[in-house]
Write a protein that binds this ligand. Sequence first.
Ligand code: GSH
Length: 221
Amino acid sequence: MIFYSGTKNASSWSFRAWLALKEAGLVFDEVDIELRLPARQEALARIARFSPAASVPALVDGETVVFDSLAIMEYANELCGGRLLPGDAKGRAVARSLLAWQHSEVGRICPALSFESVFYDDKRVPTATEQAGAERLLAAWGDCLERSGGPYLMGSLSLADLGFVPTVMRVFSHVDVPARWGHVKAWMDALLQRPAVLEWMAQATPLPPVRLPEYFGGGRG
Ligand SMILES: N[C@@H](CCC(=O)N[C@@H](CS)C(=O)NCC(=O)O)C(=O)O
């Protein structure tokens, strides 16, 4: 299998899919697609030759092209015998609800705290709206952990946890977790210490930061 990944300090979608492949114990080759300008357009044109989405991540397994991070995560789960989703239908439905929410809506919570900002040395103070967005996430994760008993959202590690790794990083490298959310903080710590997460971050951290003007509200980008 060949996994086409975006620049590691900029592509949270690639990160999620890559984590699922790694946590599924799969072996794959990796091709890095340069998302930074000026190489971006030409690099993505390479993906367009085999993927209608013309985006990363993309996974090529023989004749089969799996595009979109969510499909790659589900494929990883199937290839490892389903152990990255709960064993019961209701549990899978909840995990998939979390994944779908992450995929379609969660980016709108604290949108300026992008994945790229995780790697900034000069982080800014979060706004009141961002603090409120962070509380919303803490409440959602706290509810899952209380229902499942932890240590992961669905009890054992699942795609739902992996989908939120970049979200945890981008929001909570800016916002402190209040003491009342201690169980959520324990979940975050366990997730961020997983060997696959550390492996990606070891490759991402030395890269030149991708500075997005919208993070600083204009001028300093
Ligand atoms: N829904 C897609 C989103 C993928 C995506 O937006 N990837 C970005 C890099 S992180 C990309 O390749 N964008 C191509 C473009 O903007 O033309 C997924 O989950 O895979």
